[in-house]
Design a protein around this ligand. Structure first.
Ligand SMILES: Cc1ncc(COP(=O)(O)O)c(C=O)c1O
Length: 381
């Protein structure tokens, strides 16, 4: 049997590969982007109630209507966007929501602009659909976008720009002005925006998170992708959503149906209970707790010479690992794993061409004792 052309684009992600190596060495996994909070009580309780009360059969391919209502309400409570339940598709994680909406909006050969460093699943999903990707590099510490350069890179084939806000892995949080600038380019060129807002609640230093749907001129040309994996610490439940124009949601629900049939029924019930019962302080407390973890961990990185900026959002940090032995980022993260037992992700996972980029991504969303353990281990470097 021969693999399809499509399958040739699908490789095991560096993140999974490092996690496997970490397990083999019984290491401390700071590679995978798990959020190490407890599952909030109403969320867990709601899922159990869902099973016990017989919510175990197919739901609508759009997701449970009450859940769509609750997601729209959350979006409006936080950002005052006038989202209707009909603008919401519940899918199998943000991953499923991105897949279903991208399948609905992009043709083979269409080009999507992505900013480096990027989140690898965005690339792999688009490539598996036969889309072309135009990479635009952004550099630390601010990961500023050169909008003139961006304009010059838009071609006849360009259909979309994709941002990750706050960014995995750079922690960049887009300002309102940056979104306005993007909007100008998007509207002038008849493009649309994918805005992955998975880490919307993980924003630090009192910065305001601006959702792309809050920009008036982006309302009709934006697909917001987000989900519950991180904020409710349920990466294995697979529940996320897309918010966009109703006709796109309708088309995407058919792709949802085709590959997933529907999101997991009793687990949707858990999310519904969480959305209905958790106060706003739940979300702001998560941000506060993560800011403390960030401060503690990044200070420790800098003290051992793995220099890193204090990220503004999400819960990853790209640290300079040049001082470690090894020829490239991949060898250097193995050195780090061997010397400290800490698994990280080499920068090549976030760049098209990572030659000369000696960075590793650490996930600092760890339980206090694990974070302390990681800091002690770093001191042995
Ligand atoms: C930016 C971003 N988007 C989407 C996802 C995937 O989310 P989900 O578990 O909801 O599919 C992740 C997970 O790491 C992520 O970092």
């Amino acid at each position: 049997m021969q693999l399809s052309n499509r399958a040739k684009h699908i490789a095991q992600s560096e993140i999974r590969a490092m996690s496997i190596l970490c397990n083999e060495k019984n290491g401390l996994n700071m590679a995978q982007g798990l959020c190490d909070l407890e599952v909030p009580f109403p969320v867990a309780q709601g899922a159990k109630e869902g099973i016990d009360s017989g919510k175990n059969t197919y739901t609508s391919a759009y997701g449970n209507y009450k859940l769509r209502v609750a997601i729209a309400k959350k979006q409006n409570d936080f950002y005052d966007q006038k989202v209707e339940p009909e603008n919401v598709l519940v899918s199998l994680g943000a991953t499923g929501a991105f897949y279903a909406t991208a399948m609905s909006l992009l043709n083979e050969g269409d080009e999507v602009v992505l900013f480096e460093p990027y989140y690898g699943y965005h690339v792999a999903t688009l490539e598996s659909m036969g889309c072309k990707i135009k990479y635009i590099r952004t550099a630390p510490p601010e990961y500023t976008i050169d909008f003139e350069h961006l304009k010059s890179q838009i071609s006849e084939d360009t259909k979309s720009i994709l941002i990750c806000n706050p960014s995995n892995p750079s922690g960049k949080v887009y300002t309102r002005q940056e979104l306005e600038n993007l909007s100008e380019i998007i509207n002038q060129n008849n493009l649309f925006l994918f805005s992955d807002e998975m880490y919307e609640h993980f924003v630090y230093d009192g910065l305001e998170f601006v959702s792309a749907l809050s920009i008036e001129s982006l309302k009709e040309s934006t697909v917001v992708i987000s989900g519950f994996s991180k904020i409710y610490s349920i990466t294995g439940w697979r529940l996320g959503y897309a918010i966009t124009q109703k006709n796109i949601i309708d088309a995407a629900s058919a792709f949802n149906d085709l590959v997933y049939v529907c999101p997991p029924a009793p687990l949707q019930h858990g999310i519904l209970k969480g959305l209905n019962e958790l106060p706003i302080s739940y979300y702001t407390d998560v941000a506060k707790a993560h800011q403390l973890k960030r401060d503690k961990f990044i200070k420790a990185l800098n003290e051992v010479g793995l220099t890193a900026e204090y990220v503004k959002g999400a819960y990853y940090v790209l640290a300079d690992i040049s001082k470690l032995a090894g020829e490239d980022d991949k060898q250097k993260v193995v050195t780090l794993l061997e010397k400290t037992g800490i698994a990280t992700v080499p920068a090549r996972a976030f760049y098209q061409n990572s030659e000369g980029v000696y960075l590793a991504r650490f996930c600092f969303s760890k339980k206090e004792e694990e974070l302390d353990e990681a800091i002690e281990r770093l001191k042995t470097l």
